[in-house]
Write a protein that binds this ligand. Sequence first.
Ligand code: ADP
Length: 491
Amino acid sequence: MDIELERPLRILIMAAEIVPFAKVGGLADVVGALPKALQDLGHDVRLVMPRYGQVSPERFQLTSVLDAVTVKMSQYQEQVRIMQGSIGNDIPVYMVDAPRYFDRENIYGYIDDGERFILFCRAALETMRLLDWSPDIIHCNDWQTGIVPNWMHTVYHEDPFFSDAATVYTIHNLAYQGIFGYRILEVAGVASGGFLYPQIVELANVVDIMARGIHFSDAITTVSERYAQEILTPTFGEKLDPLLRSRRERLFGILNGIDYLEMNPATDHYIRSQFNSASLEKRAGNKQALQERAHLPVRSDVPLLAMISRLADQKGFDLISQISQPLLAQGVQLVVLGIGDQHYHEMFQNLAVRYPQQVAIFLTFNSELAQSIYAGSDMFLMPSRFEPCGLGQLIAMRYGSVPIVRKVGGLADTVQEYDPRSGLGNGFTFDNYDPWDLFAAIVRALELFRFKDVWRTLQQRGMEADHSWHASAMRYVDVYRDAIAFHKSGK
Ligand code: ADP
């Protein structure tokens, strides 16, 4: 084995969201946890993200490391400050502090999102130069950082500081590609390369930043093996399947883990009654706490179904709406925590008004409440249209809530239908995106719920499965080494 390749790596991870500082979805969980596992494997990991207005310097004890970094955008210069926080065992998290761009109410959703994240990326790379820390790997995540691999072939191409840096690009969700008009190429300083994809009709006249990340990176990953296969097809490829197929030998699926220290029912202080797989009886206290908090009748015998999710079309809420009446006719309770599209807010509000004894809806983002729902529910629903990995089902299993999921993406890789003949399986699944298939899966779960011993076996199986980051981090390191080899070969 090449000794050079075996040495610890300097890994720079760039992302728009990182737990505990800012979170919209699973991206933040991943980037908040993977680095700790990489560090445990002996690597030097550093992170960089924007400092949003809501990331309080006092609360997170941020320090200022560089007071004035000049960031060259193509038509102007911007001065930013670099602050620093940390996660885990002193893993540095650099934050680009540029209030004009990031001191806003939300993380995304602005007309200048393209400029905002291009500034962020440029500032992040220049910061590494000023800190004299040249990475072996630049690990980019989702569209917000997709311009970086493009730059490694253009503006930074001849730059000795970055010449050894290989890029790895992780797709957390292909549905959000960062699509802009031509001007963004000028902002990014890469206009001379043109649009890139005249052959893909939908991309002929737009700039798709995620496509650039895929096209230019040394290696590409996505967050489950099944999703890595699915996105090569038109059904899941979100128009990028031809591009992905052309790079399939560099595309790897690596399942996300969850943070086993943070997500641990035996130590979680957000829940009323701590428990483990050998003391599942204590879990009853959490169901009671949840029913009280949700103003639902406190009854241990009634099956309590839960959803915790962005309220977006991806997550299959239209299926729930089509079966809500027959589902509630089964006498179940349903607790939903989510925030997102207005029409789903209304749909659930209406249900809660109609069925106050059965349905409770929390239209907010609240991580503490999420833990009590994972710990107190009997079943966890994820009937997604598509699901790159899905963390909800993993956390649910860790907390003894049995998942009912559609067999797509990472859900298919992590949840297996309970088979009464063999006794194998850890949840309930359905194939077609069809309300009655979902309903049938729920009915199978409700049937089994009556058999307490078997149900407990399912819970224990979920709780004892290993979805920690350790194994996945080792796979990332393999991909990092592959990326370095690809980079060196100049391919
Ligand atoms: P996605 O990344 O598509 O949103 P995932 O299942 O991969 O879906 O990750 C969602 C993460 O966000 C999980 O950790 C889930 O518990 C959390 N989450 C989603 N909505 C909320 C909410 N309203 N309040 C608290 N946590 C939430």
